[in-house]
Design a protein around this ligand. Structure first.
Ligand SMILES: *Cc1c(COP(=O)(O)O)cnc(C)c1O
Length: 395
C-alpha cells in the first residue's frame, strides 16, 4: 500500500508527505482514505497459505490495512525501517524500553523526562532488575562519563517535559554509540515534521501520537519507529507483548496526519507570538521556549529542529496560591487538563521539585505550561490579560 508514495518520502515537502503517505486509493475502489478495517480472524485459502504465512495479513492483532497504513506513513516520515504502534504514548515508551533491557542492565534516563516514563523505570523496570540513572538534560557528550559496563541504553526527551531544556542529541548519540548503547528519543513535542531523531543519531524515536498527530483530543495512541539495527528487537517485543491498536484509532491518527503540517505551522507561529507577548508582561519572570532567541536552548533548537510546536512554559513572579487560582479559575478559552496537541488551548500549573533527582528546579514563582491552540490569538491574549488582572487584584 502506498509503496510509491513511501519511497518518495523525504524528497518532497513535509506537507506533501502527510497528505499522501499511507494512502492508496487504487486498492480501496478509488476511495480517498484507507477505511477502518475491523477484524481479528483473517482467512487463509489453502493449507499451504496457512503454513507459509506469506499473505499480507494473518491476524488482526498483527496488522490490519488501516494500522499498516499508519505504520508505513510514520516509518517514512521518521526516516526509519520499522514502526510498532501502541495504545498510548506511554505504552510506546514502556514497550520500547522493554524491547532492549534485561535484568542487570542500567539505563541512562534524562531527568526532565515525562513523569510517567520515570514512574515506569522506578517501579516495573526496577522490579525486573533494571536500574535507572538520571542525568542532567544539558550533559551533552559528557554522558560518556556515566556509561558503565552494564549500561544498555540512553533515553533522550528534547525539549524536556514541562521545563523545555534542549538536549544535544548528536553529541549524546556519538558518545553512546562508541560504547554500543541504544539511543531512544521521545520526539512528541516536535513530531517527525519538525525533528527527525533518527537522522540526528537516535536508533529509536517515539511519538505520543495522542498529541499532535491525532491532533483533536479524541484518542490515545503511540508509535515507536526504529532504524534497521533495531527493527528485529522492536518486532520481537511487539509479538511478545501482543502490542496492538484498534483500526478506529489508527484511522483517527491517519486523519490527523493529513492536516499536521498546516496545524503545526499555526501552533508554531501562534506559540512564538504568545511566548513573546508573555515575556513582556510585568507578571511574568521568564518564558521557557527554545524558539525564543533568549532561550538557552535556542542554538540547539536552530541547529536540529525545523520548527516549534505550540507547547511551552512560563514562570510567574512570586505570587500566592490564591492569586494563581484567581488567574487560572476564571479563564474562558484556556482549559485546564492533561495532554496537549489538539486544536484547543490548555494551561496547567506544575512543580517538578518532588520527583526530579539529578537536577534542582529553581523558579522565581509558580510555573505554568501552556498549549496555544488554533483559537484566534488576540482572543487568547485577552483571556490571559483578564487573568492577569484577577491575579493582580488577588495578590
Ligand atoms: C503525553 C506524552 C506521553 C504519553 O502519551 P499518552 O498517550 O498520554 O500515554 C509520552 N511522552 C511525552 C513527551 C508526552 O508528552
Amino acid at each position: 500500500m502506498g509503496k510509491k508514495n513511501d519511497a518518495q518520502a523525504g524528497s518532497r515537502q513535509p506537507a506533501t508527505d502527510v497528505v499522501h503517505l499511507g494512502r492508496d486509493p487504487a486498492s480501496q475502489y478509488g476511495f480517498v482514505n484507507t477505511p477502518v478495517y475491523r477484524g481479528s480472524t483473517v482467512l487463509f485459502p489453502t493449507v499451504e497459505a496457512l503454513k507459509s504465512r506469506t499473505q499480507a495479513y494473518t491476524y488482526g492483532r498483527r496488522a490490519t490495512p488501516t494500522t499498516r497504513a499508519l505504520e508505513e506513513a510514520l516509518t517514512a516520515l521518521s526516516g526509519g525501517t520499522f514502526t510498532m504502534l501502541a495504545p498510548s504514548g506511554l505504552c510506546a515508551v514502556t514497550a520500547a524500553l522493554l524491547a532492549f533491557v534485561r535484568a542487570g542492565d542500567e539505563i541512562l534516563m534524562v531527568d526532565t523526562v515525562y513523569q510517567p516514563t520515570r514512574a515506569f523505570c522506578d517501579s516495573m523496570l526496577k522490579r525486573l532488575g533494571v536500574t535507572t540513572r538520571y542525568y542532567d538534560p544539558l550533559i551533552g557528550g559528557g554522558i560518556r562519563d556515566l556509561i558503565q559496563s552494564n549500561t544498555r541504553l540512553v533515553f533522550v526527551e528534547s525539549p524536556g517535559s514541562q521545563t523545555f531544556e534542549m538536549q544535544d542529541l548528536p553529541a549524546i548519540a556519538e558518545a553512546a554509540h562508541a560504547r554500543d548503547l541504544v539511543v531512544i528519543a521521545d520526539n512528541t513535542w516536535a513530531t517527525p515534521l519538525f525533528c527527525k531523531p533518527l537522522a540526528l543519531g537516535a536508533d529509536v524515536t517515539i511519538e505520543a501520537a495522542t498529541k499532535y498527530i491525532v491532533g483533536h483530543a479524541d484518542a490515545n495512541l503511540g508509535a515507536v519507529t526504529g532504524n534497521a539495527s533495531c527493527a528485529a528487537a522492536l518486532n520481537q517485543a511487539k509479538e511478545d507483548l501482543g502490542l496492538s491498536i484498534g483500526s478506529e484509532e489508527a484511522y483517527l491518527a491517519l486523519r490527523g496526519l493529513r492536516t499536521l503540517d498546516v496545524r503545526l505551522r499555526h501552533h508554531m507561529q501562534a506559540g512564538l507570538d504568545m511566548a513573546r507577548w508573555l515575556a513582556q508582561r510585568p507578571e511574568v519572570a521568564r518564558v521557557m521556549h527554545p524558539g525564543l532567541e533568549t532561550d538557552r536552548g535556542h542554538k540547539l533548537w536552530k541547529r536540529d529542529y525545523a520548527g516549534a510546536s505550540g507547547l511551552f512554559g512560563f514562570i510567574l513572579k512570586p505570587s500566592s496560591q490564591k492569586a494563581l487560582a484567581a488567574f487560572l479559575d476564571g479563564l474562558e478559552l484556556f482549559g485546564m487538563g492533561y495532554s496537549w496537541g489538539g486544536y484547543e488551548s490548555l494551561i496547567i500549573p506544575f512543580d517538578p521539585r518532588s520527583y526530579r533527582t539529578a537536577t534542582a528546579w529553581k523558579a522565581e514563582g509558580p510555573a505554568l505550561r501552556i498549549h496555544v491552540g488554533l483559537d484566534g490569538l488576540e482572543d487568547l491574549k485577552a483571556d490571559l490579560a483578564r487573568g492577569f488582572d484577577r491575579l493582580n487584584a488577588a495578590l
